[in-house]
Ligand binder design. Sequence first.
Ligand SMILES: [Zn+2]
Length: 61
Amino acid sequence: MVSCPVCQQKLKLSFTMLVGSIVVCPKCDTDLRITSREPDQLEAVPEAETHNANAKPESYA
Ligand SMILES: [Zn+2]
């Protein structure tokens, strides 16, 4: 078990999730990156980073 670094919600990570995988906290909806397994550790992913892929293209001109 590991706690969400933002809201302290207890999370259980799947065995198939590796370091570097992103999970979403079901309570606070924060994107969390797995930084360690055994013991499990999570870090909140900066919003700017997670939204890069969905960023609207600004260069239509
Ligand atoms: Zn949370």
